[in-house]
Write a protein that binds this ligand. Sequence first.
Ligand SMILES: [Zn+2]
Length: 92
Amino acid sequence: MTDTNNKRHTIPRPKLIDKDTAPHSGFGAGSGDTEMYTYSCACGKGRIIEYHDNIPGFRDHTVVMSCEECSEKYTIDTSGGIRNWTLVHEDC
Ligand SMILES: [Zn+2]
């Protein structure tokens, strides 16, 4: 439980507050869908948006932090995959 040597630590993932999936007619290579998950940010004033385009020939997976306060304190670590993103706090 203690990682005194490592100043980088992961904080608990904020809760999911909204989820939206929509079919998409695609871009000529077949149809797909899009998914958007909205999470509360760490301080609760902003949002973290996870977005997936599951469309043949057009696949885009991103996580964006939309909070000034949190973007100064945290970084989003997607090394385990976009769907498994974690918030990492870097101690000064
Ligand atoms: Zn925030």
